[in-house]
Design a protein around this ligand. Structure first.
Ligand code: COA
Length: 164
């Protein structure tokens, strides 16, 4: 079944909340967070529903959710443009190009300056993003190491051109 990538609609938010639970658990060995007394991480998605500066995107295979991208205003190394706040592909759909398709859709939905970051030990994600960003920008990106501020890791800075 072909993969569909699109902006999230109001009806997608319960699935987004559930995928965030899976995402936070999946990354919990490198992104230590406590689940609450009901064993939920409870990521707050409110700004993605209410604030037009925050954008959620989803990937589906038929009616099955395969992943999501959360795009926020630039937050780490830039004052303008977009930051890939969270990005996840469910394990069943990995290494089949789903992440690439979702990432290219999310990047191209928000032309302008971009920053994408990976936590220091997320080696697979770094290889993934280097490949996707290289494809999107034809290799025109810079990588910086962020060691100060609220977020630490490797950040790729680049520009996404508006579609002609
Ligand atoms: C990182 C992630 C989004 C990749 O999704 P995916 O659907 O498997 O990615 P794709 O199949 O589109 O991969 C495209 C290319 O990226 C590279 N790549 C993807 N995952 C990789 C990994 N774990 N290690 C090395 N390279 C990888 C490969 O070059 C791959 O092409 P190939 O499969 O032909 O070799 C997914 O593994 C994931 O959700 N991980 C957990 C959450 C996470 O780390 N999110 C990112 C936070 S910055």
């Amino acid at each position: 079944m072909p993969l569909i990538v699109r902006r999230a609609r109001p009806g997608d938010f319960p699935a987004l909340q559930q995928m965030l639970e899976l995402y936070q658990y999946d990354l919990s060995d490198i992104w230590p967070q406590d689940a609450d007394t009901e064993a939920k991480y409870g990521y707050n998605l409110e700004r993605y529903e209410l604030d037009e500066r925050f954008h959620a995107h989803v990937a589906l295979e038929g009616s099955q959710y395969a992943g999501f991208a959360l795009v926020s205003p630039a937050a780490v190394t830039r004052r303008e443009g977009s930051w890939m706040e969270q990005f996840f592909v469910l394990k069943r759909y990995r290494r089949t190009g789903s992440g690439r398709a979702l990432a290219l859709h999310a990047l191209q939905s928000h032309p302008g300056p971009w920053e994408v970051g990976q936590m220091p030990s997320n080696v697979g994600a770094r290889a993934f993003w280097r490949k996707v960003i290289s494809e999107q920008t034809r290799g025109e990106f810079v990588e910086v190491q962020v060691t100060e501020g609220w977020w630490h890791g490797q950040v790729q800075q680049f520009h996404v051109r508006a579609a002609a």
